[in-house]
Design a protein around this ligand. Structure first.
Ligand SMILES: Cc1ncc(COP(=O)(O)O)c(C=O)c1O
Length: 364
């Protein structure tokens, strides 16, 4: 019989926010408005779609291991040397590689209680100890993270803005935190939603920080609408980036993703439209929640987390949204059982969804 390590037996496979495949009622995908996964409601960048048409010639050849063209463009755009940048199959894959490269079985990996589920999954599947520092009113509390450091802590993961709460911490607190973390602990600053947060005064842009123990991770999944093709990147000190090359799968990201991401990077109009739409949709959502006196956390990304008195009420809201063909995310797996995360949509999707939310939340 094959033995399965206990820490693998204890894992549960990732359950996506969208219940289309598992829901009680099987419905056609086109009937639904998906506000459950923080994707880009405008779809993919048109320049990326155009570039995709040209990629069939790459299907039969192995990808460029160093993603040379993409990294060279990123290097110019970010003002960072090429040796300081790496691309991977989504930031999720890079997060897993960081854990493999910079910690050992049984080490402590520290993050916050209510944060990106990808940290939890990657840490546990690699047999590391997951340490979750308490949050303050659903916001990262950087002091509580510092207080949770143990002699076995190797890596700290920070999501800013935070998924799923939507909250953000500010420059002053981040800069003081960076100074206080011991030099032998790696800080991973995850900026999956930075294009939305950068509009807000005081957002600590990862590009402005260079430190021997700091890696910044970004993704093409949100702002560039490329969640389906799996591509992200990270930048940091050269010795850490070269170590990541030792553990990443040699041929990730795949050739198609590399070409498409490069085209998406130059699509400034799409990024502008994405930010503009998001700003309006966030305002419409928060205006409604204010009007109905629904509890929510001030959002800095492309989603809003609303809070119910208890888990049952949150689940009930998610189920009723489903009955009305809207997918939203119940946040028990993220550590907020009374929370529901609602991603922004197009104007038409918002027109419909806001009416449904109004009806359901009034009834609550
Ligand atoms: C904070 C955070 N980090 C990373 C990711 C993973 O992004 P990717 O699609 O690049 O794997 C997500 C996706 O939801 C996220 O919310």
């Amino acid at each position: 019989m094959i033995t399965i390590p206990e820490y693998i037996q204890n894992l549960t496979p990732y359950k996506p926010g969208n219940k289309l495949k598992t829901g009680k009622k099987q419905k056609n995908i086109s009937e639904f408005i998906n506000l459950a996964s923080n994707e880009n409601p405008l779809g993919a960048s048109p320049k990326a779609i155009e570039a995709l048409k040209e990629t069939t010639k790459y299907l039969s050849i192995y990808p460029d291991v160093g993603a040379t063209e993409l990294i060279s463009y990123l290097s110019e755009m970010l003002g960072k040397p090429e040796q300081n940048i790496i691309a991977g199959s989504g930031s999720d894959a890079i997060i897993g590689d960081i854990i493999k490269a910079f910690s050992d079985y049984g080490d402590d990996i520290l993050t916050a209680e209510e944060t990106f589920i990808g940290y939890f999954v990657n840490v546990l599947k690699l047999g590391r100890n997951l340490i979750k520092a308490p949050m303050k009113n659903h916001q990262y509390d950087l002091d509580s993270i510092l207080n949770s450091i143990t002699p076995k802590t190797r890596i700290i993961f920070l999501s800013n803005p935070n998924n799923p709460t939507g909250s953000m911490f500010f420059k002053k607190d981040f800069e003081s935190f960076l100074k206080k973390v011991p030099e032998n602990i790696l800080i991973v600053y995850d900026e999956a939603y930075s294009i939305y947060a950068a509009l807000h005064e005081g957002y600590p842009d990862g590009l402005d920080y260079e430190q021997d123990n700091l890696i910044v991770v970004r993704t093409f999944s949100k702002s560039h609408g490329l969640a389906g093709i799996r591509i992200g990147f990270a930048f940091g000190p050269e010795n850490l980036i070269s170590t990541l090359y030792k553990v990443k799968l040699p041929f990730e990201p795949n050739s198609i993703a590399q070409k498409v991401a490069l085209a998406a990077l130059t699509d400034y109009d799409f990024i502008f439209q994405t930010i503009k739409l998001n700003t309006i949709s966030i305002e419409r959502l928060t205006n409604l929640f204010d009007e109905l006196k629904v509890d929510y956390i001030k959002p800095y990304a492309n989603f809003v987390m609303i809070l119910f008195e208890n888990q049952d009420l949150a689940r009930d809201f998610v189920d009723k949204c489903y009955e009305n063909a809207i997918l939203v995310r119940h946040l028990t797996p993220f550590g907020v059982p009374n929370g529901v995360r609602i991603s922004t949509g197009t104007h038409t999707q918002m027109d419909y969804a806001l009416n449904v939310f109004k009806k359901l939340l009034r009834e609550k």
